[in-house]
Ligand binder design. Structure first.
Ligand code: FRU
Length: 536
């Protein structure tokens, strides 16, 4: 009897442990269960990019206060350290020597009695115009940001502009005692100051988003600001509120001419829905921004100009004090979209930044166009290489098969020398049956990224309901592209950066195969180079 009881007990324990084991397996394998339960570290890491900046934990949006000084690129960012959705904003901080590998730093700015810390910029005050410089040799860094204070009522706030200074090269900031430096009682959306040094006129110039226009200010000392002019009402895209402007001068490639560029982010109202950033080319005379006549005509006739036609590049601005020798500027953007950013299937952290990009200006058959390309610093991470020339692409042609190159961290460069009439599709796939398609439709002169089958898509209705398309602007018969893939993002730079598409996706396992196929006829892929990028 005793023996029977003992055997029974063992059996019961065995059954129980089997049941517990089954339950454990189920929740591990069933991806759809994971939204409601705590997500384990490894599931989080399934989506965390290899080389795009993400905060270790919590919510991030716009890049802020980017400047270069003494060998370091600084990136501050809209940060809500206590949650994985947007909330009271702080400035997080990260530093890098090459804009690719980032090291996160302690939070730089915390909310105060004037409000939470919205987007803004930072400058290296080399001439100590502000008088914030300490006795030491380092130039003061001055951050100019929006203080946003919630008033009674849900959708009611007061936004003013404040400054803070750093005497230790951007590590810590002291808020200016006479904040705000620009007060405001009238305008509801009044934010995101971007300040630049106007070399010709020896003064600081600020662009500020004010509802449906950009306001221009100047200052000699970063403390006292004078309103100069405004720009933008009825011009360009107005499907949503204007945000995060930037103003800078660029040389026109191969000429002695220079033009001024104005970036304006808009949300919603992007070319493929939700958030996007448009640009204007013109001149700035120290007071007023005037669009170039030719640019204005083509803006009226054709379409607006967007820095990126993908859905995931927003609020991008350029680095202060970081102009390259050839005059090009450096920038990055927030790699998400307000349409679904707060719902993407990561839990411990949310959002990445785009790869840093060089910005140049070219004047071609189509008038002025900005060119965006990944910063050249990325090249030093290249390792294993796949290289082929003159391949005839007839049907679905495999380029990379299971694991030959880690497609979760690659740079692809390709050339098609004589465009066929119809177009081509690249396909990234994994064993789980997920796929990401991207390519070109020559009939419609449209580029596309199709993420409808790219893995998890059901977290938001707005994520995968369409193919993103961008019109080709180049008249060239040859088509070239650079593609950057980092596990959960693709950034495509067509025609030397004239047309850019950035999109995120969430496959159930990393993609491991890459193929290309013609839409109908065969064509020659004259060059393809795939570089695995190594970050160890
Ligand atoms: C853009 C934006 C800015 C604002 C910030 C708040 O994404 O709405 O206009 O300063 O985010 O986090």
């Amino acid at each position: 009897m005793k023996i029977f009881k003992k055997a029974n007990l063992i059996l019961m324990l065995l059954v129980l442990s089997f049941l517990i084991g089954c339950k454990g397996n189920k929740s591990q394998n069933n991806q759809n269960d994971e939204e409601s339960v705590n997500v384990s570290y490894s599931e989080e890491e399934l989506y965390r990019p290899n080389f795009h900046f993400t905060p270790k934990k919590a919510w991030m949006n716009d890049p802020n206060g980017m400047f270069y000084y003494n060998g370091y690129y600084h990136l501050y960012f809209q940060y809500h350290p206590d949650s994985n959705v947007w909330g009271p904003m702080h400035w997080g901080h990260a530093i890098s020597t090459d804009m690719i590998s980032w090291v996160e730093q302690p939070i730089a700015l915390y909310p105060d009695e004037l409000g939470t810390i919205f987007s803004g910029s930072a400058v290296v005050d080399i001439g100590n115009t502000s008088g914030f410089g300490a006795a030491s040799k380092a130039a003061p860094i001055v951050a100019i940001y929006t203080s946003s204070k919630q008033l009674e009522g849900d959708d009611n706030w007061k936004q003013t502009q404040s400054i803070a200074y750093s005497q230790d090269e951007g590590k810590t900031f002291i808020k200016y005692e006479n904040n705000p430096v620009i007060d405001n009682d009238k305008i509801k959306d009044f934010r995101d100051p971007k300040v630049t040094w106007d070399e010709e006129r020896n003064k600081w110039v600020m662009v500020l988003a004010a509802g449906d226009k950009i306001m221009f200010y100047d200052s000699k000392d970063l403390k006292k600001w004078n309103l100069l002019s405004d720009f933008g009402q009825g011009i360009g895209g107005h499907g949503g509120v204007w945000e995060c402007p930037d103003l800078f001068k660029l040389p026109v490639l191969g000429t002695n001419e220079s033009k001024w560029v104005l970036f304006v982010s808009i949300n919603p109202g992007g070319p493929n829905g939700g958030s996007a950033t448009q640009y204007f080319i013109g001149d700035f005379d120290g007071t007023t921004f005037t669009m170039d006549k030719e640019f204005e005509t083509s803006l009226n006739k054709k379409h607006n100009y967007w820095i990126d036609f993908g859905r995931d590049n927003y609020a991008g601005v350029t680095w202060s004090n970081a102009t390259r020798k050839d005059g090009s500027k450096l920038m990055l953007g927030w790699m998400s979209n307000w349409d679904y950013a707060q719902k993407v299937p990561t839990e411990a952290w949310r959002s990445a930044m785009t790869i840093a990009r060089e910005v140049q200006l070219q004047k071609g058959d189509n008038g002025y166009r900005l060119l965006f390309n990944p910063v050249k610093e990325l090249a030093s991470y290249r390792s294993t290489k796949y290289k082929k020339a003159n391949i005839t692409i007839k049907g679905d042609t495999k380029l990379i098969d299971s694991g030959a190159i880690d497609l979760a961290r690659v740079e692809i460069k390709f050339n098609i020398s004589n465009l066929i009439d119809e177009g081509f599709t690249f396909n990234l796939t994994n064993k789980q049956g997920d796929s990401l398609a991207f390519g070109y439709n020559h009939n419609d002169k449209n580029f596309f990224v199709d993420r409808r089958k790219s893995g998890k898509i059901d977290f938001s209705e707005k994520f995968a309901d369409r193919i993103s398309t961008a019109p080709r602007t180049s008249l060239n018969k040859d088509l070239s592209g650079t593609i950057i893939i980092d596990k959960t993002s693709i950034e495509i730079f067509f025609d030397n950066g004239e047309t850019v598409m950035t999109e995120i996706f969430f496959p159930n396992a990393p993609f491991e195969k890459l193929s290309i196929k013609p839409k109908a006829q065969e064509f020659i892929l004259s060059k393809i180079e795939i570089n695995e990028l190594n970050f160890n």
